[in-house]
Design a protein around this ligand. Structure first.
Ligand SMILES: [Zn+2]
Ligand SMILES: [Zn+2]
Ligand SMILES: [Zn+2]
Length: 283
């Protein structure tokens, strides 16, 4: 039984853990928005996976490109980006895409992006200067992207990681979550998973449809939407998020996409569950 080396040095970083307006909210003087606790400062939601692939090459994969991507990349000193996966087409998850042109320049190559068709269509509409660069009046410095369509039920294996897209409902809008696992050198799911893997990233969700529960079993880590204490039509509230996490029963749960209605130090959660914060690294 010969297998090549799998990936190594895996880390998962929360680039942003805030809702669409971010925290602090512009013009708000509430206790959370004026808090001295750095964990109450929340940029828009996205994550970064960093690791060394089986060939010894450093890899960086982003899930979503928030409007705060430039600041997030500078804070983490990112100097490359090998792939970007999108959960859905909302502005708070897509409006940093322009910034990735710097990675194109530094790496001298294009970047693979992966999303469902509806999200790719949205990106085409919003970023015509990137996807139809030949129509730009002046030649300008725009991102170079290679697009790929994601479909629920089809796994994506890249650089030694497997992403399984899973259906989530964000109000009435179907969006994606991702189950993330390491592969062994032979292309199967590695029997021993590094750090926080297997992990499921489920941001922007108000309902987990029946079809997706099968992809949420035996997780070491669950990352789940938790907007605020009050109910909301398109996001889990604190009670709904805790109840879903209890049902999924992973090894550990981190909540994300919070508003200023949640104070990091002020919210009590059951054992094994905690709020994520910007810059938190799981490795
Ligand atoms: Zn969002
Ligand atoms: Zn506030
Ligand atoms: Zn959204």
């Amino acid at each position: 039984m010969s297998t090549g080396p799998g990936l190594s040095d895996f880390s998962f970083t929360f680039l942003g853990t805030g809702t669409s307006a971010g925290v602090p909210v512009i013009g708000c003087q509430c206790e959370v928005c004026t808090s001295d606790d750095q964990r109450d400062r929340r940029r828009r939601a996205s994550i970064c996976l960093q690791f060394t692939d089986g060939g010894g090459q450093e890899r960086v994969i982003l899930v979503d490109t928030s409007p705060d991507l430039r600041a997030q990349a500078l804070d983490l000193r990112l100097d490359r980006c090998d792939a970007i996966l999108f959960t859905h087409d909302h502005v708070d998850h897509t409006f940093g895409l322009d910034e990735v042109r710097r990675f194109n320049a530094v790496m001298g190559s294009s970047i693979d992006i992966y999303a469902e068709k509806e999200t790719l269509d949205f990106l085409h509409r919003v970023y015509r200067h990137i996807f139809e660069a030949e129509k730009n009046i002046n030649r300008s410095f725009v991102a170079s992207l290679q697009e790929h369509e994601l479909r629920v039920g089809e796994v994506l294996d890249i650089f030694g990681l497997r992403f399984t897209p899973l259906r989530l409902l964000h109000g009435r809008q179907p969006v994606l979550g991702f189950r993330i696992e390491a592969l062994d050198g032979a292309g199967g799911v590695a029997p021993s998973q590094p750090g926080p893997l297997p992990l499921a990233y489920c941001t922007d969700v108000s309902e987990i449809p029946e079809e997706s529960w099968g992809q949420l079993g035996e997780l070491k880590t669950l990352v789940l939407d938790m907007l605020r204490p009050q109910p909301h039509p398109t996001h889990f509230s604190t009670a709904e998020a805790v109840s879903a996490a209890e049902k999924i029963a992973p090894g550990q749960t981190f909540f994300t996409h919070m508003t200023h209605d949640i104070s990091h130090a002020g919210l009590e959660l059951p054992a094994g569950m905690q709020l994520a914060y910007d810059g938190l690294v799981l490795s």
